[in-house]
Design a protein around this ligand. Structure first.
Ligand SMILES: Cc1ncc(C[n+]2csc(CCOP(=O)(O)OP(=O)(O)O)c2C)c(N)n1
Ligand SMILES: [Mg+2]
Length: 375
């Protein structure tokens, strides 16, 4: 790509005039949609607000830990809380999720201890948790790869006869706008479609793949891609937790009843850097970020609670305080994570070990023992 042509790329849209399913406006006003609705009682609405505030707070704490040298890197979800909480809460217990590296909010909503991925980002483990124990796959850095894992898993679910009713299992695969250009994602769409796999493809279109804007990935809205593969696609306001919940719940239920895949494009915005290694001021202007600030996913739920008189100052203060305590606890646990024995890296290469790996382990140990002061 030449410099001249890259100048012709228009900045991503801020969402104004974008056609999507919305149930809660940025001003906190409930609106209706002909195809989607959701019924939440006041306790459930307050619960969603608590989730949003908490995942934002834990994320900010992780960013701070990285800045203080306690994590090697962090991929922040700032701005994407509603997309993650809405879809995360829409999952039923039996459903299986396949995340990227940014799904800390989904992880939290699955009831998983938020410390789980921090060993990976601190570099003291390899993030190799048991996916089945939590029904939450391992964080996947290889862009798009988890959509293939998810599709294969979903095909297996169908072959095991676990679809076709309310108790059926559905699968959700998370990926980004940039990932839609990967072969893996397109191959997943084909397999899922022709095998009628019980899977929801959940694309968080946060407008960027690191520094590459959406316009570098597609000339049509991403959700419209689904029709070419033979299944429905829908775009939802990804900063609206109610709409994201409603659309994801419907898509998952559709899948668990044996009606095949759906693509959801959650239209959102990455408010922070791609990761702590990135400087977004190099490729986007402040006014764009400000426009998205007005669509903040957390503030609009607060406005709704205030508007409906179901959240007062004492409630908001207690949510902030609880989130603060969770963040402090997370920090303390990160700081006390023990450094691993480096030789552990050889332990799980093969389930029953191998002479070659044993030899490499011995070489590794001998090398480290050769340094002055080593013991
Ligand atoms: C196969 C592969 N190619 C390239 C990369 C480097 N890389 C890491 S994140 C990223 C951008 C991903 O963008 P998107 O899918 O929009 O997800 P986001 O980070 O915005 O959530 C790239 C290209 C990678 N990790 N894997
Ligand atoms: Mg992206």
């Amino acid at each position: 790509m030449t410099r001249a042509s890259s100048k012709r790329v228009a900045p991503p849209t801020t969402g104004a005039g974008v056609d999507f399913v919305q149930l809660l406006t940025p001003d906190g006003e409930r609106v209706t949609h002909p195809d989607y609705s959701v019924d939440f009682n006041p306790d459930e609405l307050r619960g969603l607000y608590r989730d949003l505030v908490t995942v934002r707070k834990l994320d900010a704490e992780a960013t701070a830990l990285q800045r203080q040298g306690e994590l090697g890197i962090w991929a922040s979800l700032l701005g994407q809380e509603a997309a993650q909480v809405g879809s995360g809460r829409a999952l039923r217990e039996q459903d299986m999720a396949f995340p990227t590296y940014r799904e800390h909010g989904v992880l939290y909503c699955r009831g998983i201890d938020p410390i789980m991925p921090l060993g990976l980002f601190r570099g003291v483990d390899q993030g190799g948790w048991d996916p089945i124990a939590n029904k939450f796959g391992i964080y996947t850095i290889v862009i798009g790869a988890q959509t293939l894992h998810a599709t294969g898993y979903a095909m297996g679910v169908a072959k095991d006869g676990k679809v076709g009713g309310d108790e059926g299992e559905a699968v959700i695969a998370y990926f980004g706008d940039g990932a839609t250009s990967q072969g893996d994602v397109n191959e997943s769409f084909i397999f899922a479609s022709v095998y009628n796999a019980p899977i929801v493809f959940f694309c968080q279109n946060n407008q960027y793949a690191i520094s590459e804007p959406l316009q570098r990935q597609t000339k049509v809205p991403l959700y419209q891609r689904a029709s070419g593969f033979g299944f429905p696609g829908v775009r939802v306001d990804g900063n609206d937790v109610l709409a994201t919940y409603a659309v994801t719940r419907a898509a998952l239920d559709n899948a668990r009843h044996g009606n095949g895949p759906m693509l959801i494009e959650a239209y959102t915005y990455r408010m922070g850097a791609h990761t702590t290694s990135d400087d977004p001021t190099r490729y986007r202007v402040a006014s764009e970020v400000e426009e998205w600030q007005a669509k903040d996913p957390v503030k609009r739920v607060r406005k709704l609670l205030e508007r409906e008189g179901i959240g007062d100052d004492a409630f908001f203060a207690s949510v902030d305080e609880q989130a603060r305590k969770e963040a402090v606890a997370l920090r303390e646990r990160v700081l006390s994570m023990p450094d691993p024995d480096g030789a552990q890296i050889f332990d799980h290469v093969y389930p029953n070990g191998s002479p070659e790996v044993d030899e490499e382990r011995e070489q590794f140990k001998a090398y480290h023992a050769s340094f002055e002061g080593a013991h």
